[in-house]
Design a protein around this ligand. Structure first.
Ligand code: CA
Length: 232
C-alpha cells in the first residue's frame, strides 16, 4: 500500500522538523510547505490525505488558506495554533477546518487527530447508525440512547445536540456550529443555551458531570465527543 501523504504547512522550522520526523516514523510521507501559496500548490500536486495547517504564515493567514482549500477540496484540515489564538481557531473551524492542535502538542495527540480525520474520510460511505463509546450507545436510526442497558430519555433539543456530536465523534464542534444545527438559522438561542443543554446532557449521561468521560469541553471553542480510540 502506498504511504498516506500528509501536507504540513508551517513556517516554524523546529515544528516542521518535529512533526515530519515523527510522522515519517509512523509510516506517513510528509510534504512540507513554508507559505500558504506553496501549500495550496502542493495540495494540487501531491493530493495529500490530510493537511496540518499553521495559522500564522508569512504570506497569508491560515484561515484564508482554509477558505481557499474548501473552494474545491474536502481533504481533512487540522489547524495548528498557538495558545491565545482561540478566536482564530474558531474562525478556522467555521471556515471548514476539521480540527485543531494547540502548540505545544505531543505526538500521541497529533497521531490521534490525524487518525480521526483519516477515518472520517474512509468511513464516510459505510456509516453504521450505531455509535458506541464506553458505556454509551446511540442508535441514530432509532433515536435510542443507552447507558449500559438503561435507556436514557432526552428532550428533542438534547437529542439533537447529542446526535450532532455523535456524527462528528472525535472532532471538535464549535458552539456556533451546534447553535446553527440544533436551533436552525432563526435561532433565538445563544451560546448560553448551548452551555445549559450540555449541562443537562452531562447530568443524564455522565457518571460524574464535572469530570465528563463522553462530552468534553474544548475551552473557548466548543465540545468533542470522546471516542474509544481517544482513550487509548
Ligand atoms: Ca507560524
Amino acid at each position: 500500500m502506498p504511504k498516506a501523504v500528509i501536507l504540513l504547512i508551517e513556517d516554524d522550522a523546529s515544528i516542521r522538523r518535529f512533526v515530519s520526523a515523527f510522522l515519517s516514523g509512523q509510516g506517513f510521507k510528509v510534504v512540507e510547505a513554508v507559505t500558504g501559496k506553496t501549500g495550496l500548490e502542493y495540495l494540487r500536486s501531491y493530493k495529500p490525505s490530510a493537511v496540518l495547517l499553521d495559522l500564522g504564515l508569512p504570506d497569508t493567514s491560515g484561515i484564508e488558506v482554509v477558505k481557499r482549500i474548501r473552494e474545491w477540496s474536502r481533504v481533512p484540515v487540522i489547524i495548528i495554533s498557538a495558545r491565545g489564538q482561540e478566536g482564530d481557531k474558531v474562525a478556522g473551524l467555521d471556515a471548514g477546518a476539521d480540527d485543531y492542535l494547540t502548540k505545544p502538542f505531543g505526538t500521541a495527540e497529533l497521531l490521534a487527530r490525524i487518525r480521526v480525520s483519516l477515518r472520517r474520510v474512509s468511513s464516510a460511505d459505510k456509516n453504521s447508525p450505531i455509535f458506541k463509546t464506553g458505556n454509551l450507545e446511540v442508535d441514530l436510526s432509532k433515536r435510542h440512547v443507552l447507558i449500559g442497558s438503561k435507556e436514557i430519555h432526552l428532550s428533542p433539543i438534547q437529542y439533537k445536540i447529542l446526535s450532532i456530536l455523535v456524527r462528528q465523534a472525535g472532532r471538535v464542534v464549535t458552539r456556533e456550529e451546534l447553535l446553527e444545527e440544533a436551533w436552525g438559522p432563526e435561532k433565538d438561542a445563544g451560546v448560553d443555551s448551548v452551555r445549559i443543554y450540555m449541562h443537562q446532557l452531562r447530568k443524564k449521561l455522565e457518571k460524574n458531570p464535572l469530570r465528563p468521560q463522553y462530552l468534553k469541553t474544548e475551552l473557548g471553542v466548543g465540545y468533542r465527543m470522546i471516542t474509544d480510540e481517544d482513550r487509548i
